[in-house]
Every structure is written in structure tokens, then in C-alpha cells.
Design a protein around this ligand. Structure first.
Ligand SMILES: Nc1ncnc2c1ncn2[C@@H]1O[C@H](COP(=O)(O)OP(=O)(O)OP(=O)(O)O)[C@@H](O)[C@H]1O
Ligand SMILES: [Mg+2]
Length: 269
């Protein structure tokens, strides 16, 4: 059933309804291996629901979800095995408050992947280095800033060695001065060739780091393409009006925050 030639993520005719509310109304979307796709769109357009359908945290009402050539919507699939290959980072960091940063990073490695203590700690340390938190291994989450907690949450995901990372507005709960460090970590992951599906309101990040931007509205993909097209010269009126609401050219609001040099990929297959 697994075919390496298939995209990292493939959504076909994806629908999700909550009662009579049709939230996703037929989504077709692919994410290639090593590709960074940013999803933008108004509140309530279904972005979080879409991400949650990719790892089946929500069960789609109709349509198919494929990850790495495995159909997750196949009733016989071993969903836990597939989920292990998918990292997810939310707006709230969800670290265990009673565990040190290091223990937060080793617990799932040990319980789910059955790694021994020494190996799990070695991998945890390597990933704390990767997100710039080498010296915080023994701290508790409450002793960290929001940005540090979010970077620890990213390191925790990376410790499971996922093939795909899903991010749902990872910086929207952070004070503005803490956003840049988290986005820099994400940019580093993109450079390393990580496949990433990112819901974000950080337009500068989307413009510089994404290979493709997807604009959603009302549960459908309205348009998608390279950032310079979707953000710079949108074809659809709905995209234009959304962008004009969040990007004020006179104040450059929305483009604010950290700026990003374009990504140089090292190892995209
Ligand atoms: N579990 C649920 N039960 C009922 N309705 C839900 C559920 N989850 C989401 N919805 C509804 O689905 C719609 C889309 O929600 P979703 O969270 O996917 O939007 P979003 O694009 O992520 O919005 P935001 O930018 O505000 O995060 C909303 O109307 C929401 O109220
Ligand atoms: Mg959301």
C-alpha cells in the first residue's frame, strides 16, 4: 500500500461536517515531500479542522486522506502507527507542567517508541540544541517564556522523528517579541527539508518560507500557488479582500514582525 512516489499528504474530496454545519466542503490538496505549505484564511474557514483531519484527530465525513502513500481513511489502517510519523504543534504548547523540559521530550519516546532512557535523553538533547534551548533541559515549563515553551514543544515533536509536521498558528499566543525565535526554528526545519503544513497569520513567514500558499474560505480552497502570486497578485476577489483586511499597506501591518531571508534548501528530495 505504501508507494514512495506518492506525495507526503494527499487530500481527496475531503469533507467534514459538525451536525448541520459543513466546515470542509470538498478539499483537494497535495503536499510534496520536503514542501512547506502555508494555509491562510479567515477565522472559521476550516483551517484547524483541515489540519486535524490530516492526522485523523477529526474523522472526515467524506473523502480520503493519504499520508506518505498510506490511506488514513481506510478503516483497516493502523492509525497509531501512521500518527507516530506526524508531529503536531498547536497554539497552546501542551507541555506537562509537572515534568522538566527534558522529561517532556523523553516521555513519549520511551512509552510510544520504546526507546531506552539514554537514547531518549540523547535525542532530546540534540533537539533542544536544534531549537536553541540547550540550557533549559532541567527547567520546568513555567520557568520558560512562551516562545521557549513553544520551541520546547517543537523539540518534543521532533524527538519522535516525524516525517511530517503540522503547525496550527504556533505563534499566535505569543508576545510579539517572542514570535521571531519560533519562526526562525521553523525556517531552519524548512531548510533541513522537513515537510510542513502550517496554518499561520504570519504573512512575512508565508511569503519567504512557504513553497506554496493556500487560501481557504468557507471550507474550500479558493486559490493556491507560489507566495508571490497568492500574496502578491491574488486572482480571486475573496483573497484580495482577506489580504487587504490583514495587510494594511499604509502601516505595513501584517507584514510586521520578523523578516525572513528566503530559504535555501539543503536536502529537498
Ligand atoms: N468539534 C467541533 N464541533 C462543532 N463545530 C466545530 C468543531 N470544530 C470546529 N467547529 C466549527 O467549524 C468551523 C471551522 O472551525 P476551524 O477551527 O476549523 O476554523 P479556523 O479556520 O481554524 O478558524 P481560526 O482562524 O479562528 O482558528 C467553525 O465554525 C467552528 O465553530
Ligand atoms: Mg484555527
Amino acid at each position: 500500500m505504501t508507494t514512495a512516489a506518492r506525495p507526503a499528504v494527499e487530500l481527496r474530496g475531503l469533507r467534514k461536517s459538525f451536525g448541520r454545519l459543513d466546515v470542509l466542503r470538498g478539499i483537494d490538496l497535495e503536499v510534496g515531500h520536503g514542501e512547506v505549505v502555508c494555509v491562510i484564511g479567515p477565522s472559521g474557514s476550516g483551517k484547524s479542522t483541515l489540519l486535524r483531519c490530516v492526522n485523523l484527530l477529526e474523522e472526515p465525513t467524506a473523502g480520503q486522506v493519504w499520508v506518505d502513500g498510506v490511506e488514513l481513511t481506510d478503516p483497516d489502517v493502523e492509525i497509531d502507527a501512521v500518527r507516530r510519523g506526524i508531529g503536531m504543534v498547536f497554539q497552546s504548547f501542551n507541555l506537562f507542567p509537572h515534568l522538566t523540559v527534558s522529561a517532556n521530550l523523553t516521555i513519549a519516546q520511551r512509552r510510544v517508541l520504546r526507546r531506552g532512557r539514554a537514547e531518549a535523553e540523547r535525542i532530546a538533547r540534540a533537539n533542544l540544541d536544534r531549537v536553541g534551548l540547550t540550557d533549559k533541559a532541567d527547567a520546568f515549563p513555567a520557568q520558560l517564556s512562551g516562545g521557549q515553551q513553544q520551541r520546547a514543544a517543537i523539540a518534543r515533536s521532533l524527538s519522535m522523528e516525524p516525517k511530517l509536521m503540522l503547525f496550527d498558528e504556533p505563534t499566535s499566543a505569543l508576545d510579539p517579541e517572542l514570535v521571531g525565535d519560533v519562526l526562525t526554528v521553523m525556517r531552519g526545519l524548512a531548510e533541513e527539508g522537513m515537510t510542513m503544513l502550517v496554518v499561520t497569520h504570519e504573512m512575512a513567514f508565508a511569503r519567504e518560507v512557504a513553497d506554496r500558499v493556500v487560501f481557504m474560505d468557507g471550507g474550500v480552497v479558493v486559490e493556491q500557488g507560489p507566495p508571490r502570486e497568492v500574496l502578491g497578485a491574488p486572482r480571486h476577489e475573496r483573497t484580495r479582500s482577506f489580504l487587504s483586511r490583514i495587510l494594511d499597506p499604509t502601516t505595513s501591518r501584517g507584514w510586521g514582525g520578523p523578516t525572513f531571508p528566503p530559504v535555501v534548501r539543503r536536502s529537498v528530495p
